[in-house]
Write a protein that binds this ligand. Structure first.
Ligand code: S3P
Length: 168
């Protein structure tokens, strides 16, 4: 059993995930970080040099590895939960929590979005469209936790309150 955190870029999955892992004494995994380590280059460079599909393929492999482990809090990249097969893998191996942050709070956190190729240099209207489109997918998570306000520790406490009964 793992806990998977999903949600839009900048919703605080990594920070809250780290706090949650500490609270429950599980290991923490960050799929973006593992992809970058395996590829030996940043996400920005993967997108620029090899294209988004290459990144998605690396993400798929990383999820395959991580989901075979146990007692992990896993922060996933914002696009991971959008593909059906990834959703199935997560559902089969754990509980899925959507960190739902308002677009305004995300804008504040990400600023110009350095290092996030799908965010930087986007027109505000395109960002809103992407955000709205993705919410429909994130809503398929098992639990939704409000992540617009509060610090990572408080968000981790909120997550714990929702998932506690299913942790084993
Ligand atoms: C992406 C989100 C990023 C990263 C990549 C693509 C997306 O992760 O995986 O830039 O498609 O939403 P964060 O959600 O951690 O920013």
């Amino acid at each position: 059993m793992n806990v998977y955190l999903v949600g839009f870029m900048g919703s605080g999955k990594s920070e809250a995930g780290r706090c949650l892992a500490e609270k429950i004494g599980w290991a923490f995994e960050d799929t973006d970080e593992i992809v970058q380590t395996l590829e030996g280059r940043t996400i920005e460079r993967i997108f620029a040099e090899s294209g988004e599909e290459r990144f998605r393929e690396a993400e798929r492999r990383v999820l395959g590895e991580v989901s075979a482990r146990n007692k992990r809090v896993v922060a996933t990249g914002g696009g991971m939960f959008l593909r059906v097969q990834r959703r199935v893998s997560m559902r089969e191996t754990g509980v899925i929590v959507w960190l739902d942050a308002s677009l305004e709070s995300i804008r504040e956190r990400l600023g110009s979005g350095d290092g996030r190729p799908l965010w930087s240099h986007q027109e505000p209207i395109a960002m809103r469209a992407l955000y709205e489109r993705r919410r429909a997918a994130y809503a398929l998570a098992d639990f939704r936790v409000d992540a617009s306000t509060a610090d990572p520790d408080a968000i981790a406490t909120r997550i714990l309150a929702r998932v506690q009964s299913v942790l084993r």
